[in-house]
Design a protein around this ligand. Structure first.
Ligand code: NAD
Length: 369
């Protein structure tokens, strides 16, 4: 029996990268049936809203979605579809693995960490207003609740346990934001005590950025609030080789939406130029989530070998850094075809490089301003 999946192609490069993921999905032989629904700029024009009810209805029914990026107008205009989707479906855990695939394209070949971000509240709660009539002052409210903090922190520890990770680092700014940050910190300390098998530590957000730039290989699972998580996951994507290869997942209770970290990259829309890897690795996460472990392993291995070979790679992977000498860039569709071609052929018995993260076992609270 085939598994129904909601597919949201999205805006900009979204249709191209989701098409690439579908091609690779077909190559796995896993019977997925795609229910394609539109959201974003196109539906603003056709339906007057970037998030039609049909999209929410489809995901509520299938409980599973693969999503392309969606454009959010900066400043005025519509509220972010991405934020609205997370809040309306209570997709509270945004999970963004940052792994230096093939150990290249980065000064940090040992990066292998997961950012777990609370995705429904914090400074993205949407409570914002002008203070005066002349619009010379504005306020934004950060909503942090004990319920949502407990839920995301527990999620991070459970994930660490499941994935045999050794350490969870909480990131906050409790020294300045004493109530919101303090609440998150208190929740973390209490829950960490329930997981004595996993090391725990805390970092202030500013120190964390510096630590990640210096020695990202020391971090394993990072759990944090909405805004800090948004920023840290792009930073970690950069450390691991770039937005073009960074997948993500959003989890609620028995519901999951898989979407890349990157946005709609409008300047590349329609050029068949964007890197399809992030969306294809979202497919890998989706396959793993539904228990299709071998298919997921095949997809990862096919991506890994394609990047390692450097014969059919998009422009971002053809640049010096990824390669000793520049190679001619391939198109998004050509790279997708190459990955799809490899999926049934890859040898899963060949070992992948081992993770080199050795988390400290000590519990420390290194809070530096
Ligand atoms: P972006 O991620 O779209 O692009 C930033 C830069 O990263 C691009 O110019 C490009 O150089 C590179 N890049 C991104 N994806 C790539 C890929 N697949 N292959 C190769 N290079 C890639 O970020 P932005 O320009 O800040 O945002 C554009 C739009 O996307 C905005 O409207 C923003 O709100 C939206 N956005 C959506 C999501 C989402 O849907 N989850 C996430 C982030 C941004």
């Amino acid at each position: 029996m085939s598994r129904l999946v909601t597919l949201i192609p999205g805006d900009g490069i979204g249709p191209e990268v989701t098409q690439a993921a579908r091609l690779v999905a077909d190559a796995t032989g896993v019977p997925l049936e795609w229910e394609v629904v539109e959201a974003g700029e196109r539906t603003i024009r056709t339906q007057g809203t970037p998030l039609p009810e049909t999209v929410l209805e489809s995901i509520r029914r299938t409980r599973l979605a693969l999503k392309g990026p969606i454009t959010t107008p900066i400043g005025g205009g519509f509220r972010s579809v991405n934020v609205a989707l997370r809040q309306q479906l209570d997709l509270y855990a945004s999970v963004r693995p940052a792994r230096a695939i093939a150990g290249e394209g980065t000064r940090y070949p040992d990066v292998d960490l997961i950012v777990v971000r609370e995705a429904t509240e914090g400074l993205y709660s949407g409570v914002e207003h002008w203070v005066d009539r002349d619009h010379t002052a504005a306020e934004s409210v950060a909503v942090v609740t004990r319920k949502a903090s407990d839920r995301i922190i527990r999620f991070a520890f459970e994930l660490a346990r499941r994935e045999h990770r050794r350490k969870v680092t909480a990131v906050h700014k409790a020294n300045i934001m004493k109530t919101t940050g303090g609440l998150f910190q208190t929740a973390f300390r209490e829950i960490a005590r329930q997981y004595p098998d996993i090391a725990s530590e805390e970092r202030l957000i500013d120190n964390m950025c510096m630590q990640l730039a210096k020695k990202p290989e020391e971090y394993d699972v990072i759990v944090t609030t909405n805004l800090f998580g948004d920023i840290l996951s792009d930073l970690c994507a950069g450390l691991a080789g770039g937005l073009g290869i960074a997948p993500g997942a959003l989890y609620g209770e028995n519901i999951a939406v898989f979407e890349p970290v990157h946005g709609s990259a409008p300047k590349y829309a329609g050029l068949d130029k964007a890197d399809p890897v992030a969306e294809i690795l979202c497919l890998e996460l989706l396959l793993r989530y539904i228990g299709e472990t071998e298919a997921a392993d095949r997809v990862f291995r096919a991506v890994y070998e394609t990047i390692l070979e450097k014969k059919v790679v998009t422009y971002d992977l053809a640049l010096p850094g990824y390669t000793q000498r520049p190679v001619p860039p391939s198109s998004c569709s050509a790279m997708a075809k190459e990955i799809a071609r490899k999926v049934p052929l890859v040898d899963l018995t060949r070992p992948l490089p081992k993770r080199r993260v050795e988390a400290s076992t000590a519990i420390d609270s290194h809070l530096m301003e």
